[in-house]
Write a protein that binds this ligand. Structure first.
Ligand code: ITT
Length: 203
């Protein structure tokens, strides 16, 4: 019997990437907001960890099914780790990717230290309150101007270490091989496999 797991995000770019990375686990049927209703969760946490736990536990409780959430932030060294947990609303509410990128470039005008990293914290929550957490990091630097058409968010400005191209200049397959999201979600794979094969688990 397959086990249903809810993807606790309404960001369609994330859904596409998560399913490309974990969609092949035998015995797991992924449900998105298109197949099952769940309420929006306010991201009031002070850290990526807190927000990922908030999202996963709220959706697991509401749907009565295991739920996987992740929170991702871009941490720029010269900005003391900003935008970090505020990456989605850096230039104000509304998740406008272009405005966020423009603000980032403005703040880094004339700044030599372009070091940055993407950090993803993924959380799997069961309806009984149990949680598992995993983290993935991608080191790199911020480009001088946006480049590339793929991906989303800050991808046109982020050059992974040793790659020489922005994430938006890489194909989805190339990004998914090395990304922060990949690294966090790969650590979740054995836990999801156990969930899929555990005959004692009713979920
Ligand atoms: P959910 O909370 O519903 O999962 P969200 O878009 O609000 O979706 P986050 O709170 O994790 O997601 O926001 C992180 C922001 O960081 C997101 O809006 C993008 O601007 C950016 N971001 C996240 N992952 C990224 C990636 O792989 N590449 C580029 N930018 C990314």
């Amino acid at each position: 019997m397959t086990k249903k797991v809810v993807l606790a995000t309404k960001n369609s770019h994330k859904i596409e990437e998560i399913l490309a990375i974990l969609g092949d686990i035998p015995g797991i049927e992924w449900l998105t907001y298109r197949e099952i209703h769940f309420s929006d969760v306010e991201e009031v946490g002070e850290t990526l960890e807190e927000n990922a736990i908030l999202k996963a536990t709220a959706v697991a409780r509401e749907t009565g099914l295991p739920a996987l959430a992740e929170d991702t932030g871009l941490e720029v060294e010269a900005l003391g780790g900003a935008p970090g947990v505020r990456s989605a609303r850096f230039a104000g509410a509304g998740k406008d990717y272009r405005a966020n990128n423009e603000k980032l470039l403005r703040l880094l005008e004339g700044v030599r230290n372009r070091r940055a990293r993407f950090r993803t914290v993924a959380v799997l929550a069961l309806p009984d309150g149990r949680t598992w957490k995993a983290e993935g990091v991608l080191e790199g630097e911020i480009a001088g101007a946006p480049r590339g058409e793929h991906g989303f968010g800050y991808d046109p400005l982020f050059i992974p270490e040793g790659v020489g191209r922005t994430l938006a200049e890489m194909s989805p397959e190339e990004k998914n091989k090395i990304s922060h999201r990949r690294r966090a979600l790969e650590l979740m794979r054995p836990i999801l496999r156990d969930l899929a094969t555990d005959p004692r688990s009713s979920w």
